[in-house]
Design a protein around this ligand. Structure first.
Ligand code: MSP
Length: 499
């Protein structure tokens, strides 16, 4: 079974910030989990390099768009390993192979009559690179996203017959109620469609930084057409000498922030339908990370630097915090104080200490050997359903709920330590068997929550599983084995030391 997941491709008009890391981390959790399930996974991320957002930012800096794109694309690409993203490909839309594939796709739409020449007159936000419909225009003809005055655009350009897809799109939404998730976002996209779809410009006349329209070289494609196509063009060239399209398309889960819903839930499926391709299986939409109550964004200047956070706390802590703190799908606030508190109460205390003391107790009283004994039935009952629960929640792209399901067990194991007080059992020879059972139960419980946490915090879980002498991260290993396989553990450094 194949699993293909994507992030939006990020604009290179500025450096990466936490919002970009957020979507990428969420996609990475899915990719790692589906690899655990033994599926054939492809995970794509990359940069969106053309169009006005980049051309204008470059002009303001007095450099060429290509220079700015190269500079910032390198920063986005460098962010991937830092946040432990295991993407299989990083696409840049300035890549000539992408450019050629966009031209080929759009030529096909032109040849099949989906594109015609017309005149655009209306309001346009150069920061969103978005032609606003009357319902989308803010007060005083401003952009509701950026608060800047919208440009009056009047130009001759090429139009995509989006209106022809009104019915097919309505039908798609009716037949596949989970096509867009969560439900509020689905309803928002559907009401946009039901409001009546107008044909849209798919080229720009006054811009040179973009993919040239092959049949009209005075124009470049409107950046969203060029950008959306990355999800299929990458498959053509990601692997030398092999076209991966039939292996991975349609994408299983496309992840986006709510700011770009319309493009992914309306324009993109329409483009695919026009080309006779299957539409993506699901579009999962998350909310905004907020700081001081506002969307974190480079244009507003309220950004938290993911690189600094990783420097102090490590990538695992950042990954954990973002998916734990902000209910996936909703908006949520993040802060440095919030990081520190989750880090010390949950990662260092709840989980890190559970690991340290379990390993230390087995070391101290059993020379690191875990007895092969039947495990405690009460804990078995609570731990056994975990693997299925997490798989179901991650299958529905609910990482925050999945983490909570794991955390319930982490807390339960900590209570188990307190209840059984192994330090007292260790003092009494008559309790030797019970101590064996308690320690073996703790090791197995810890191992299971750790396999389940692997997609979220890959480095520390891998380290801990090595210590537990059971490095298998495949999903079958996430199952609690009450028969008590035994084994041995080796000493462990604190997983989440004080920063
Ligand atoms: N280039 C377009 C997307 C093209 S996809 C074919 C774009 N780029 S962007 O750099 O502005 O990044 C947008 C994405 O970054 C959002 O959809 C979201 O996934 C993520 N985020 C940017 N800021 C964010 C927050 N403050 N909070 C959460 N996610 C945010 O739009």
């Amino acid at each position: 079974m194949s699993f293909y997941t994507t992030t939006p491709i990020y604009y290179v008009n500025a450096q990466p910030h936490l919002g970009h890391a957020y979507t990428t981390i969420a996609a990475d959790v899915l990719a790692r989990h589906h690899r655990q399930l033994g599926e054939d996974v492809f995970f794509l991320s990359g940069t969106d390099e053309h169009g006005e957002p980049v051309a204008q930012a470059a002009e303001a800096l007095g450099i060429s768009p290509r220079e700015l794109a190269d500079r910032n694309a390198a920063r986005f690409e460098a962010m991937m390993p830092l946040i432990e993203a295991s993407n299989d490909c990083f696409i840049r839309t300035s890549d000539p192979r992408h450019v050629a594939a966009v031209q080929e796709f759009m030529q096909g739409l032109h040849d099949s009559g989906h594109i015609y020449k017309g005149e655009y007159e209306g309001l346009y936000c150069p920061r969103c690179a978005d032609f606003k419909t009357p319902q989308e225009v803010g007060e005083g003809e401003t952009c509701p996203v950026h608060g800047i005055p919208l440009d009056h655009e009047k130009e001759e350009n090429w139009f995509f017959r989006l209106s022809e897809f009104q019915e097919p799109l309505e039908q798609l939404f009716a037949e596949r109620p989970d096509f867009v998730r969560p439900k509020e976002r689905r309803n928002e996209a559907l009401s946009f469609i039901k409001g009546g779809l107008q044909d849209i410009s798919c080229s720009r006349a006054g811009l040179t930084w973009g993919v040239p329209v092959p049949w009209d070289p005075d124009q470049v494609f409107y950046v969203w057409f060029d950008a959306l196509l990355n999800y299929i063009t990458a498959l053509k060239f990601a692997k030398e000498g092999e076209d991966l399209t039939s292996r991975y398309w349609p994408a299983t889960v496309q992840l986006v922030g709510k700011d770009i819903l319309k493009f992914h839930a309306v324009y993109w499926p329409a483009m695919l339908m026009a080309a006779g391709l299957e539409v993506q299986q699901t579009l999962v939409v998350h909310g905004y990370l907020l700081m001081d109550g506002e969307k974190m964004s480079k244009s507003l200047g309220n950004v938290l630097d993911p690189f600094e956070v990783i420097d102090r706390f490590g990538a695992d802590a950042l990954r954990f915090y973002l998916l734990r703190e902000v209910q996936f799908g909703a908006d949520g606030s993040v802060s440095t104080a919030g990081f520190e508190s989750r880090y010390s109460t949950e990662l260092a205390n709840d989980y890190g200490n559970l690991a340290s003391r379990t390993v230390a107790m087995v070391g101290r009283w059993r020379d690191g050997n875990v007895a092969a004994v039947e495990l405690d039935a009460e804990i078995a009952k609570e731990l056994e359903p975990l693997a299925d629960e997490v798989a179901e929640l991650l299958g529905k792209v609910e990482p925050t709920h999945a983490l909570e399901a794991v955390w319930v067990r982490v807390r339960r194991l900590n209570r188990y330590v307190e209840e059984t007080a192994p330090w007292n059992l260790a003092k009494d020879e008559a309790e030797a068997e019970r101590l064996d059972q308690v320690l073996a139960t703790l090791v197995e419980g810890l191992r299971c929550v750790t396999v389940a946490l692997y997609p979220f915090i890959p480095s520390s879980t891998t380290k801990l599983l090595d210590t537990l002498g059971r490095p298998d991260i495949s999903w079958s290993a996430a199952k609690f084995d009450r028969s008590g396989p035994g084994g041995s553990v080796t000493p462990l450094e604190p997983l989440f030391p004080k920063p």
